[in-house]
Structure formats: structure tokens, C-alpha cells
Design a protein around this ligand. Structure first.
Ligand code: RP5
Length: 163
């Protein structure tokens, strides 16, 4: 199936975090592609990827990076597709460096920044699906069902001490 979401990350080492975005996209039936694209180590690839993304049929880009996390902002500078940035939890500063690098975009180029680490990657997949759901009915329904199941599961298990 034609990928609608580009799921990119600065390094293979980001995959244990970013696979949670992939998991959510799988769950919600959103076709996506994955690729390592580094702002620092493969800058030409970054420009090519971002500039051709829309023509290749992508509708949303999820970009995860850690440390000096320039990837989401640089991708956003080269495409008008929505870019969702995931701050990967770095070893040295626990991802605060990643978060601040991604979230503090100057006005005029937008990156939607998610939480640090697994929650952020999960929600990036969910938010990408919600964007795709604005024009793809099956994905919108999958998101609604996911949320309804999540709510019901909590209502059915109110005792925090139950296993
Ligand atoms: C960033 O540097 C990557 O996004 C990664 O989070 C971090 C460390 O990369 P590796 O040295 O593990 O490849 O560009």
C-alpha cells in the first residue's frame, strides 16, 4: 500500500523509541514507511527526503531525534506537510536536550512536538492517524474504536490492585 506517513529518525539507536509510533500506525491501519535520515550525518538525504515527500504521496512526517535534535525542524523547513517531532530520551540529559531542540522552533516554521520517549512516539503515531482520519474514513473509525476500547478497559477495571 502507498505509504501515507513517513516515519524517520536520526539514528538506528532511535528505533526502540520510534517503533512505538510504528506499532500505533499498524494498530490503526495506516500505511507508512520507515527510514534513518540524519540531519547531521546525511544532510543531503534529509533535504531530498523532505523535498520529495509530498510528491511521493506522504501526508504527514513523524521525525524522532535525540540530543541536538535538528531533524524535525530541518524537515519542516523543506516541506509544508505536517511534521510531528518526537524527542528521543538521550543518555546524557534524559531527553530534555531533545525536547528543547525540537519544541523551540522560531515562529514561521511549525513542528508539532510530542512528549519525550515512548509516550511521545505512541502519540505521534496516534496524531498522525488522526490527521489521516480527516480524509480516510477507515482510519477515523479505527481511531474512534481505539479510544472507545481504551475508555471501556479503564471503566471495566476500576480497582488499581487488580492484576
Ligand atoms: C541523534 O543523535 C539521533 O537522533 C540519536 O538520538 C542521537 C545519537 O545517535 P547515535 O550516536 O546513537 O547514532 O542524531
Amino acid at each position: 500500500m502507498q505509504p501515507l506517513v513517513g516515519l524517520i529518525m536520526g539514528s538506528k539507536s532511535d528505533w526502540p523509541t520510534m517503533e512505538h509510533a510504528a506499532e500505533m500506525l499498524d494498530k490503526l491501519g495506516v500505511p507508512y514507511e520507515t527510514k534513518v535520515v540524519s540531519a547531521h550525518r546525511t544532510p543531503d538525504l534529509l533535504f531530498d527526503y523532505a523535498k520529495t515527500a509530498s510528491d511521493r504521496g506522504l501526508k504527514v512526517i513523524i521525525a524522532g531525534a535525540g540530543g541536538a535534535a535538528h531533524l524535525p525542524g530541518m524537515v519542516a523547513s523543506q516541506t509544508s506537510l505536517p511534521v510531528l517531532g518526537v524527542p528521543v530520551q538521550s543518555k546524557a540529559l534524559n531527553g530534555l536536550d531533545s525536547l528543547l531542540s525540537i519544541v523551540q522552533m522560531p515562529g514561521g516554521i511549525a513542528v508539532g512536538t510530542l512528549a519525550i520517549g515512548k509516550a511521545g512516539a505512541t502519540n505521534a503515531g496516534l496524531l498522525a492517524a488522526q490527521i489521516i482520519g480527516t480524509f480516510k474514513e477507515d482510519v477515523r473509525k479505527a481511531v474512534d474504536e481505539f479510544r472507545a476500547t481504551q475508555t471501556q478497559t479503564i471503566l471495566d477495571n476500576p480497582d488499581p490492585d487488580d492484576q
